[in-house]
Design a binder for this molecule. Structure first.
Ligand code: ADP
Length: 181
């Protein structure tokens, strides 16, 4: 039931994004609180697996920013949730730093790194596509819809940013996205 509900929610979300019905909010929020709360939300799952989860917001990031906190949280939870899902030793780190600031716009980079199983080079581009999974065979315990990263990329692009991936199998993965706030 839980898996079906997750699938339905992802599909609804994805079709809304596909229909161009993504209204980006511009409300004040604290990036420090946001990053911290995502780490706290996932920490029970990380503790269950015996891995660490850490949060760090660089002092260059303004204490208050205007943007869509709920959508940013959705992207961070997706990336950090994947990090926890695909890491059995070590941990997951969530970070935010300021890349540039001009004309009242802050270009902020968020990165989510893990020390997990990693993603082979030839699968890296495809995982941002819909329903795409890089690890399937014999991995039933790591279920998912394959929509999370496609949704994350759409949200990030709606915030005038993009998302990139650096990963080595057996060493870990680092997803970084920048957004304009
Ligand atoms: P889901 O997690 O629901 O399968 P996603 O779109 O979030 O869908 O991820 C797609 C695929 O990308 C995953 O199934 C997995 O194979 C790969 N992947 C995503 N994040 C990671 C990660 N941190 N480490 C290893 N593989 C990952």
């Amino acid at each position: 039931g839980v898996a079906l509900l997750a699938l339905i929610n992802d599909l609804l979300d994805y079709s809304k994004l596909e229909a161009g019905r993504l209204d980006i909010e511009h409300s004040p929020f604290s990036p420090q609180t946001l990053v911290q709360s995502v780490a706290e939300l996932l920490s029970p799952k990380a503790a269950d697996k015996g891995i660490e989860i850490t949060a760090y917001v660089d002092s260059t990031v303004p204490a208050e920013l205007y943007g869509d906190e709920a959508r940013l949280r959705q992207v961070l939870i997706n990336l950090a949730g994947n990090g926890v899902k695909f890491t059995d030793e070590g941990g997951v780190g969530i970070e935010a730093r300021l890349v540039a600031a001009d004309d009242g716009l802050a270009h902020v980079a968020f990165s989510v790194r893990d020390t997990g199983i990693g993603i082979p080079d030839d699968k890296q581009a495809a995982i941002f596509e819909e329903f795409s999974q890089a690890h399937i065979a014999g991995e039933r315990k790591r279920e998912g819809t394959g929509l999370g990263l496609a949704i994350a990329r759409k949200i990030v692009r709606a915030m005038n940013g993009d998302i990139t991936l650096a990963s080595s199998p057996g060493e870990g993965s680092a997803f970084t996205f920048t957004v304009e706030l």
